[in-house]
Design a protein around this ligand. Structure first.
Ligand SMILES: [Zn+2]
Length: 259
């Protein structure tokens, strides 16, 4: 990672990322504004299939830019396959992007509209590459599944508070037995395009699979989070929203790219 050399402020935000990361001005940069009627249907694309083992999550950490849940990627217990992918890709981590005050936080937009948040499940091509780092710089190295989250009353807040309230920047905790399948919508219809990491170093190495249906975080999904071995959601819910701004590390930015 690149430490704190970049951010989302005026001085270090996306508009100046190209100074340290020239690829920011490349022709395969993400995120993009997805214009549905400009996407063409490819009948050769099958469904994406997620085989996630219950036992591969390891820890949750706040790296200063996002909250990240990491997985054991030493074998193929948790993989994504199908869709535009030639072979299975191993789950490495997932993280969230969110906005100020809990809205307009998605990175991709759909016909110019943003969602409250966006979940990225990051997978790498362990068939072709020996390490995640090697894959992260290769044109077919990563497959990222993007899931939009939309607002729905207190339950979405519960999830956000879960992350904000527990984790100070730089902190980490064991987070075992969590299966991210419970964070997915029932339909996995998707858009796909060849893009990049959305944060520095912005490598153009990502096969994006952006799921069309957002999730509205439900009581069941919150229960799923609470059911993870630790931290337990019940003791993390704050009594009010006073802490919401304390741990925000990331705001909305816009960089729109056409297909
Ligand atoms: Zn991301």
């Amino acid at each position: 990672m690149t430490g704190n050399l970049w951010g989302y402020g005026k001085e270090d935000g996306p508009s100046v990322w190209h100074k340290n990361y020239p690829v920011a001005q490349g022709d395969r940069q993400s995120p993009i504004d997805i214009v549905p009627h400009q996407a063409s249907h490819d009948p050769s694309l099958g469904p994406v299939v997620l085989n996630y083992d219950q036992c591969t999550s390891i820890k949750i950490a706040n790296n200063g830019h996002s909250v990240v849940v990491e997985f054991d990627d030493s074998d193929d217990r948790s993989v994504i396959r199908g869709g535009p992918l030639d072979n299975p890709y191993r789950l490495k981590q997932f993280h969230f992007h969110w906005g100020v005050k809990g809205c307009h936080g998605s990175e991709h937009t759909v016909a110019g509209n943003s969602y409250a948040s966006e979940l990225h499940l990051v997978h790498w091509n362990a068939v072709k590459y020996t390490t995640f780092g090697e894959a992260a710089t290769a044109p077919d190295g990563l497959a990222v599944l993007g899931i939009f989250l939309q607002h729905h009353g207190r339950f979405v807040k519960a999830v956000f508070f879960f992350f904000f309230f527990f984790l100070l920047q730089g902190s980490a905790a064991d987070f075992k037995g969590f299966n991210p399948k419970c964070l997915l919508p029932s339909s996995l219809h998707y858009w796909t395009y060849l893009g990049s990491l959305t944060t520095p170093p912005l490598h153009e190495s990502v096969i994006w699979i952006v799921v069309k249906d957002p999730i509205t975080v439900s009581e069941k999904q919150v229960t799923c989070l609470a059911g993870s071995s630790e931290p337990a959601l019940g003791r993390l819910l704050p009594a009010s929203g006073l802490y919401l701004h304390t741990f925000l590390t990331q705001g909305l930015y816009t960089r729109n790219w056409e297909f």
